[in-house]
Design a protein around this ligand. Structure first.
Ligand SMILES: [Zn+2]
Length: 429
């Protein structure tokens, strides 16, 4: 088991993040039956949101809850929650399949009473990744939750959670961990694992973790394999090695046109909560160095172009890794790897919601088309066909041009990952 799992805080007093600890303690002021039934935890990756979510589950189901200190961490409920085997706690990762099936199951089972505890706790991680449909289903449940149901939603991007959901939740904000907080978390592990590390090395580790408890713990775990005392120099080498290694593997996959490997590296980075923007910057820097060594390389120039474009698209992409994935697929040549065609991802609601993103994205291709789209609207998405409603005949003509349609199809594919057809109809103004 990894350090992060072993040493993740189990009770409130073990939480190093002071503000989170205090926010959780305030929950103890009330009787359980008076506590809110929905919580939204927002903050950067690795700041302990899911850890705190489990502690909330314990607050509701611990059989020896203390009014001053919270859950005991030792009773059967607390232990099984910590292990992730508690039948009354359901953890859903919205990032994995965008939650459609999970939310459906949740709605079907929500009426069931708890198996062993007083409450059923539903933890939904990366809740902003849910589809519109899943959000709507969730909202219905939040509007009239059964008395035994508690929801803890966690997100790294609260801006993408619909206001209708937010307004029904008690919000807790998780800020990036401070240097002292990270240090005390690491020192605890260092002592238990009997790791020998000097102060400067620990300082560098804290700095590299960039406010993330998870990153800090992972780095320390990696270093724990080192024999003898860990110095600042050891840390530096390890840091460079791990980042360099991933980057080199990625560039290597690109040059070999190995789409599968390229995508799997991205997938791994996503799972580890890596920042896609930073990764893109690192790729571009690496490619630039290579280009300067080999000015003639058409291939490197092509890669730089494609990944610079991905960087620009990142800002408007609803899914952070999507532009990067598309860049890999396009650079390596689509024919070498048939992407599974996903259908049903794009809905009328979603397109309407992101219509301004579509316009923004198109602007770089063609200003006049973007202008026309601004005074048109998405009418319907059905059976893979996007129907756009234009309100002037000359808008209809412009959007119906094969070239314009092609650009629209490419934009939808780019933003929503789905291949569609485009139809334009004239609406009444
Ligand atoms: Zn307990």
């Amino acid at each position: 088991m990894s350090f992060y799992r072993i040493y993740r805080p189990q009770i409130i007093s073990e939480i190093d993040n002071v503000s989170v600890r205090e926010q959780l303690l305030t929950l103890l002021h009330k009787d359980k039956s008076d506590l809110p039934h929905a919580y939204l935890f927002s903050g950067p990756k690795g700041t302990g949101k899911t850890t705190a979510a489990r502690i909330v589950a314990k607050i509701f189901n611990c059989t020896k809850l203390s009014k001053r200190e919270g859950p005991c961490g030792k009773c059967e409920q607390c232990v099984s929650i910590a292990k992730g085997t508690n039948m009354d706690m359901l953890e859903i990762d919205a990032a994995s399949n965008r939650g459609i099936d999970d939310i459906r199951t949740l709605r079907e089972q929500i009426g069931l009473t708890p198996v062993s505890g007083d409450y059923k706790i539903y933890i939904i991680d990366e809740v902003h990744m849910l589809t519109m449909e899943a959000f709507n289903a969730l909202l219905k449940t939040l509007e009239e939750p059964p008395p035994h149901a508690v929801f803890v939603l966690a997100t790294t991007d609260a801006g993408k959670v619909p206001v209708t959901i937010k307004s029904r939740c008690m919000r807790l904000t998780f800020s990036a961990a401070g240097k002292d907080e990270l240090t005390s978390a690491l020192v605890r592990i260092v002592k238990k694992e009997k790791i020998v590390i000097d102060k400067e090395a620990l300082g560098l580790l804290v700095q590299a973790a960039d406010g993330s408890f998870r990153d800090a713990t992972k780095l320390l775990e990696q270093l724990s394999f080192h024999r003898g005392k860990i110095s600042e120099d050891t840390v530096r080498k390890t840091l460079v090695l791990s980042e360099e290694k991933i980057l080199n593997q990625f560039i290597d996959a690109l040059m070999q046109k190995d789409v599968k490997r390229g995508l799997s590296i991205i997938g791994q980075l996503v799972v580890n909560g890596h920042d896609m923007k930073q990764f893109l910057i690192d790729i571009l820097q690496k490619l630039e160095t290579q280009l300067l060594n080999d000015l003639e390389s058409e291939e490197i120039r092509e890669a730089i172009k494609r990944f610079t474009q991905a960087y620009a698209e990142l800002r408007i992409s609803p899914i952070p890794q999507l532009p990067l994935e598309l860049a890999v697929i396009e650079f390596c040549g689509e024919q070498t790897y048939a992407t599974p065609s996903q259908t049903g991802l794009l809905t009328t609601e979603k397109l309407t919601e992101h219509w301004t993103d579509v316009i923004a994205s198109l602007k770089s291709y063609n200003h006049s088309v973007a202008g026309v789209l601004r005074s048109s609207r998405p009418k319907e998405v059905k059976n893979g066909i996007v129907t756009i409603e234009a309100f002037y005949k000359f808008h209809l003509d412009k959007l119906s041009e094969p070239k314009t349609k092609e650009v629209l199809v490419a934009t939808f594919k780019k933003l929503f990952g789905e291949k569609t057809k485009v139809e334009v109809v004239l609406g009444r103004n």
